[in-house]
Design a protein around this ligand. Sequence first.
Ligand SMILES: *Cc1c(COP(=O)(O)O)cnc(C)c1O
Length: 359
Amino acid sequence: MDRVYNFSAGPSMLPESVLNEAAAQMLNYEGTGQSVMEMSHRSKAYEPIIYGALDLFRKVLNVPDNYKIIFCQGGASTQFAAIPLNFMNGSGKADYVLSGQFSTKAYKEAQKYGDVKAVASSKEQNFSCIPALDKSQFRPDADYFYICQNNTIYGTRFTTLPDTGDVPLIADVSSCFLSEPMDVSKYGVIYGGAQKNVAPAGLTVVIVREDLLGKARDITPVMLDYKVLADNDSMYNTPPCWSIYMCKLVLEWIESIGGLEKMQLHNQKKAQILYDFLDSSSMFKNPVNKPDRSMMNVTFVTESDELNAKFVKEAAQAGFVNLKGHRSVGGMRASIYNAMPIEGVEKLVEFMKAFEKNN
Ligand SMILES: *Cc1c(COP(=O)(O)O)cnc(C)c1O
């Protein structure tokens, strides 16, 4: 089989040039006689890889100097606990917006540690929109305010950030990391698992404003204490060496195509091609509130589960794989992260047009 167009929500496509480069260096990284997979993380050869990746992350995302970048493990889901354990340390209160499954999981995990309030929820709309926010519901003494910025399963995203005043905003950006420029200074913390848009699975990236560090609870496991991780340059213990190396190659690739401004244009174009088709189709519909449409995860349905299943099957046979929606919502989802070429989306739309005609 040739390489397919992979619309998986994560782990997901990586740029082909990155995979080729990793393959070329697989057995013997820059004349060291070793693979990066085999290297000590304390070695002279590995040092430029991890520090290079940290520096490049800062440069590409334009992360201000008063923020620490931490490479860790455990995925986004581990941070659901790490966040209250590091930051719910003043009033013991935190406000959450429930805009999907991942923010609901984070909210439930945080309830183990303090007074957690759901300030808004779109559950009744089956998470097909970002809930309206009423600022009078926000608690000014909360230790932080939490959102999931792009809702991977439902295909929605925040297009404007909530105004939380002096309360630090914390955002799960797992499925929109590095997809467009971000004003990091608007956040207290941003974090995400790398396997959607940044690197293979195994790496989690946490970006924390410095003044929020150092207030972890006594019971916080040392491996979840962001200050310990930051103070040790993300090498308190063995970091996910290979994923960090791949992250560096992905960052170099983003730079080579012109940085996040160019990435954003590329991503906007793909999303527009797909949404324009969905809006004109009489068979396929996007079930999401228009202004909240995600640029990364595009959900769609036909009138019946049978037709959905037929579509997913025939698409896979034609080389468009992993288009089945999340098991909790059904239908279809095309995840069109950075590495998906425009051509992949154009060909998918051609295929959908033909399917519509034949069915
Ligand atoms: C995938 C995803 C998660 C879960 O990530 P893991 O790394 O598997 O724990 C959490 N939040 C969002 C927004 C996601 O897309």
